[in-house]
Design a protein around this ligand. Structure first.
Ligand SMILES: NC(=O)C1=CN([C@@H]2O[C@H](COP(=O)(O)OP(=O)(O)OC[C@H]3O[C@@H](n4cnc5c(N)ncnc54)[C@H](OP(=O)(O)O)[C@@H]3O)[C@@H](O)[C@H]2O)C=CC1
Ligand SMILES: O=C(CO)[C@H](O)[C@H](O)COP(=O)(O)O
Length: 466
C-alpha cells in the first residue's frame, strides 16, 4: 500500500512530526537529504507504518496520489532547493507543505511559482517546539482552500486539542499561515522578555532568591497568568547545575539568541505602519543582551542610581509585579493582534482573529488561558479596533495600569532596565491620550520642508511661511 504522507527533513521538528503522524494512523514515508538523520530516526524506534527512503525518487513514488509532502527543513534558500528537487518528480495536483519558520514573503513567492506548475503549496506555521511536534503542535495552514481540504484531516489529527477542538484552522491565502506564525513569534519574544523583566525586578529590587522566584512564578501560573511560558520559567528556576551546584540560570550566559522571526515581525510592523513597540523592544533587548563585553565594560564606567533592595512591603510589591506583568501582556497581545488586523486589511486576507486566538490555546509556545479571553473579545465583535478597547481587557487595564506604573517608576529610580514594561506603559499612555504632541512634529516638518499640516478647526491642507 502507498504511503498517505511523506515527511522531508528529520531534524528536531520533522522527526517528531513524522512520529506524531504515525501515532495518528498515517502511513508515513520519511526522507532526509543526508542518511544520518534517517538512521537516527530508526535507531531505537520502529513502527509498522513507517517507510524510510534513502532516495528521493523512491520516497516520492511511495506516496499515494495526490502526493502530500510535509517539508520540515531549515528556513531560507534550503526550502527552495528542496522544492526544486521535488518538482521534476511531482505531478499537477500534488501538494507540498512547508512547516518551517519561513519568511511569508518567500511563501507567497513559492505559492505563485508552484501554482504555475499546477502544484499546490501550503504554508504551515507550526508552533510547539519538539514536544509539541510529537504530541500536538498548533498549526497555521494557508494556501488554496481546496488543497487544504485534502490535507486537513491529517493536520487536524496531529494538532493539539483544547476542549476537543484541534489547534489548527485554515488561515487564508498563500503565505498568510507563515505570517500568522511570524507574529506569534513576535508576541512570544515580548512575552518572554516581560517575564524576564518581572524576574529581574523580583531578584534585584526585592532581593528574592531564584528558589523564591520559582515559587512565586508557580503560584502565578495558577492565576490569570497561567501559561506555558510561565510554567516552564518556574521549572527552569528550580533546575540546579550539577557541576557547580548553582541555579542553572546563574550559569547560563545572559546573551539571548534569535533566529529572525521576531525581527521580521518588527520589520513588518514598520511596513504596515502599526505601533508594535513592545514586540520591537523585545527584539532590541535581545540585541542589547548580546553586547555582553561592552555592557560589562560600561558597568564600570557609566553611572546611574544605586540599586537599593526593598525589604519592606515585599508581598505588596510582588502583587504589583504580577499585575504589571499581566498589564504588559495585555498591551503586547493587543499590539500583536492589531498587527494581524492591519495585515488582514492591507493584504486582503480576511484573518479570523477569534479563531487565531483559539488555535493558540494549545500546542504553541504562547499557549495561555488568557487566549480564551482574547478569543471571546473577537467572537463578541470581530470589529474590535484594539483589544484594549474590548470590555474585558478595558476593565483589566483600568485595574492594573497603576501597578505597571509603580513597577516602571521604581525600576527606573533604581537603574533597572525594563524595556518591555516601559514600552507597554508608554504605549498604554500614548494610546489613551487624545493629545500626542505630534502637532510639534508636523510644525517642524512644515518649517524645514514645507510638508504641510492639517488644522484642528477646519478641513484641508495648510502651509505656514514660518
Ligand atoms: N525547533 C523548534 O522549536 C521549531 C522550529 N521550527 C522551524 O522548523 C524548521 C526545522 O527546524 P528544526 O527541526 O528545529 O531544525 P533542525 O536543524 O533540527 O533540522 C533541520 C533539517 O533541515 C535539513 N537540512 C539542512 N540543510 C539541508 C539541505 N541543504 N537540503 C535538505 N535538507 C537540509 C536537515 O538535515 P541534515 O541535518 O541532514 O542537514 C534537517 O533535517 C526550521 O524552519 C525552524 O525554524 C518551527 C517551530 C519550532
Ligand atoms: O518558532 C519557534 C517557537 O515558536 C522556534 O522555537 C523558534 O526558533 C523561536 O525563535 P528564536 O529562536 O528566534 O527565539
Amino acid at each position: 500500500m502507498k504511503n498517505t504522507i511523506g515527511v522531508y527533513g528529520l531534524g528536531v521538528m520533522g522527526a517528531n512530526l513524522a512520529k506524531n503522524m504515525l501515532h495518528n494512523g498515517e502511513r508515513v514515508a520519511i526522507f532526509n537529504y543526508t542518511r544520518d538523520l534517517t538512521d537516527a530516526f530508526l535507531d531505537g524506534y520502529s513502527h509498522p507504518e513507517v517507510s524510510a527512503h534513502f532516495n528521493l525518487e523512491s520516497f516520492v513514488h511511495s506516496l499515494e496520489k495526490p502526493r502530500k509532502i510535509f517539508m520540515m527543513v531549515t528556513a531560507g534558500p534550503i526550502v527552495d532547493s528542496v522544492i526544486q528537487s521535488l518538482i521534476p518528480l511531482l505531478e499537477p495536483g500534488d501538494i507540498i507543505m512547508d512547516g518551517g519558520n519561513s519568511d511569508f514573503h518567500d511563501s507567497n513567492r513559492r505559492y505563485q511559482q508552484l501554482e504555475e506548475q499546477g502544484i499546490h503549496f501550503i504554508s504551515v506555521g507550526v508552533s510547539g517546539g519538539a514536544e509539541g511536534a510529537l504530541h500536538g503542535p498548533a498549526l497555521m495552514p494557508s494556501g488554496d482552500p481546496d488543497a487544504y481540504k485534502q490535507v486537513a484531516p491529517i493536520l487536524e489529527k496531529i494538532a493539539a486539542k483544547v476542549d476537543g477542538k484541534p489547534c489548527c484552522t485554515y488561515i487564508g491565502p498563500a503565505g498568510s499561515g507563515h505570517y500568522v506564525k511570524m507574529v506569534h513569534n513576535g508576541i512570544e519574544y515580548a512575552d518572554m522578555q516581560l517575564i524576564t523583566e518581572a524576574y529581574l525586578f523580583l531578584r534585584k529590587k526585592l532581593g528574592l532568591t531564584v528558589e523564591e522566584i520559582a515559587t512565586v512564578f508557580k503560584s502565578w501560573d495558577e492565576t490569570e497568568l497561567k501559561s506555558y511560558l510561565m510554567e516552564i520559567t518556574s521549572e527552569i528556576l528550580t533546575k540546579m547545575d550539577e557541576e557547580t551546584g548553582k541555579p542553572m540560570v546563574d550559569v547560563i550566559l545572559d546573551k539571548a539568541g534569535q533566529k529572525g522571526t521576531g525581527k521580521w515581525t518588527s520589520q513588518d510592523a514598520l511596513d504596515l505602519g502599526v505601533p508594535s513597540s513592545i514586540l520591537t523592544e523585545s527584539v532590541f533587548a535581545r540585541y542589547l543582551s548580546s553586547l555582553k563585553e561592552e555592557r560589562t565594560y560600561a558597568e564600570q564606567h557609566l553611572t546611574g542610581p544605586k540599586l537599593v533592595k526593598d525589604e519592606a512591603d515585599k508581598e505588596a510589591w510582588i502583587q504589583f509585579v504580577k499585575e504589571a506583568l499581566y498589564m504588559g501582556k495585555i498591551c503586547a497581545y493587543a499590539q500583536g493582534f492589531y498587527q494581524y488586523k492591519s495585515a488582514s486589511v492591507q493584504k486582503d486576507w480576511a484573518l479570523d482573529l477569534g479563531e487565531i486566538a483559539l488555535i493558540f490555546r494549545g500546542g504553541c509556545i504562547i499557549r495561555a488561558d488568557f487566549l480564551n479571553d482574547i478569543s471571546d473579545a473577537y467572537k463578541g465583535n470581530q470589529e474590535v479596533t484594539n483589544l484594549l478597547l474590548a470590555p474585558f481587557f478595558m476593565d483589566k487595564a483600568n485595574q492594573m495600569e497603576s501597578s505597571l506604573r509603580k513597577v516602571v517608576i521604581k525600576g527606573f529610580e533604581n537603574g533597572l532596565s525594563l524595556p518591555c514594561f516601559s514600552a507597554a506603559l508608554s504605549f498604554y499612555d500614548g494610546y489613551r491620550s487624545s493629545d500626542s504632541g505630534a502637532n510639534i512634529i508636523q510644525a517642524q516638518r512644515d518649517y524645514f520642508g514645507a510638508h504641510t499640516y492639517e488644522r484642528v478647526d477646519k478641513e484641508g491642507t495648510f502651509h505656514t511661511d514660518w
